[in-house]
Write a protein that binds this ligand. Sequence first.
Ligand code: AMP
Length: 115
Amino acid sequence: MNVTDCLFCRIVAGEIPATVVYETDAVLAFRDIRPKAPVHVLVITKQHFDSVVDLGADPAAASALIAAVGEVARAEGMVEPGFRTIFNTGPDSGMEVAHVHAHLLAGRSMGALAG
Ligand code: AMP
């Protein structure tokens, strides 16, 4: 994918507005526009990776993303009650945006994973 066509790269570039809740040099976290839970934050790397598969080849970026998930959960007060983290990858997952992102879902009981 041409990164200039990537929705999340455009959010990183400030071309599309987002409700940013956390930011470092490497990562950005913002509220999902169609929240599936009272807290629904997307945590992304600023560098474009198509998916978590590609992210795995860059341990520093992967580490930054995981650390940011923890920081956002802490800032949202969701470490104690708990939260769910999802990485969608590919068509069967329902992935809509091919720029690696962790969904952080919290604020209600998540129940069992759908089978
Ligand atoms: P996925 O299906 O895993 O690719 O998730 C993509 C997520 O991005 C969906 O939950 C969308 O609601 C969310 N989304 C799409 N456009 C925006 C946007 N402009 N700002 C925030 N979240 C968005």
